[in-house]
Design a binder for this molecule. Structure first.
Ligand SMILES: Nc1ncnc2c1ncn2[C@@H]1O[C@H](COP(=O)(O)OP(=O)(O)OP(=O)(O)O)[C@@H](O)[C@H]1O
Length: 223
């Protein structure tokens, strides 16, 4: 079953001489509760695709269908609510807020959404991610791997339907990469979340249920 589909999705940056056709008529289906990896050369359009399907960037033409609705037509207000309720994001740069504790960083999406923190669920994530003794620390007191685990916990805090990850292990050593990937796979297998991840790492791509290859703004392989 698909959770998200694109129909003839195109994205163009700039105009005239500066025009870049970053995505060209992309037709893509993301399967629910599966791990989809997006791979392809640098500049091929991977981040643009992720940003467009996650409602972080506007599209030039086409449709992005989530649960039967075209999210590309939503107002910024509605889109932002949808993002905070249904999506979790993990980026290469962890994007943690330095002046608040690890715990407050983790529950931030729930606070922003004015929802009550499900303490039992949050504590289970914190446990699984091995962050129990770190929750009162500040992000800069943690190693890179630990900070990425905090970013994963934050991405999971709202029980998102889809986790979008843009090279989440790009800055991590191989041991921490394995650990982070084990946890993300756990989210898919145990929490039944959908994971869409950009990676340059072949080993990581091989862990996915499906691999989409992008080249020059087109899907060139899907297997
Ligand atoms: N904000 C922008 N303004 C203009 N052009 C952009 C912008 N963002 C991306 N591009 C261009 O769109 C194309 C696709 O870029 P994108 O970042 O999506 O590729 P990528 O596959 O994610 O690359 P990388 O693996 O290096 O991160 C590139 O030609 C890039 O220069």
């Amino acid at each position: 079953m698909n959770i998200l589909d694109t129909m003839n999705l195109s994205k163009t940056y700039g105009e005239g001489e500066n025009k870049v056709e970053a995505l060209k008529n992309i037709n893509l289906s993301i399967e629910k509760e599966k791990f989809t990896a997006i791979i392809g050369p640098s500049g091929s359009g991977k981040s643009t695709l992720l940003h467009c399907i996650a409602g972080l960037d506007s599209i030039t033409s086409g449709e992005v269908i989530l649960d039967g609705d075209d999210i590309s037509k939503l107002s910024e207000d509605k889109l932002s609510k949808l993002r905070s309720r249904k999506f979790g994001f993990i980026f290469q740069s962890f994007n943690l807020i330095p002046v608040i504790s690890v715990y407050d960083n983790i529950v931030l999406p729930v606070d922003i959404d004015n929802k009550k923190v499900d303490k039992k669920y949050i504590n289970s994530i914190i446990d699984i991610l091995g962050l129990k003794d770190k929750i009162n620390k500040f992000p800069n007191q943690l190693s890179g791997g630990q900070q990425q685990r905090v970013a994963i916990a934050r991405a999971l805090a709202n029980k998102p339907e889809i986790i979008f990850a843009d090279e989440p292990t790009g800055n991590l050593d191989s041991k921490t990469t394995d650990e982070v990937m084990r946890l993300l796979k756990f989210c898919v297998d145990e929490y039944k979340q959908t994971l869409v991840m950009i990676t340059h790492n072949d080993k990581i791509a091989k862990m996915a249920d499906r691999i989409i290859t992008i080249a020059d703004g087109n899907i060139v392989e899907s297997k």
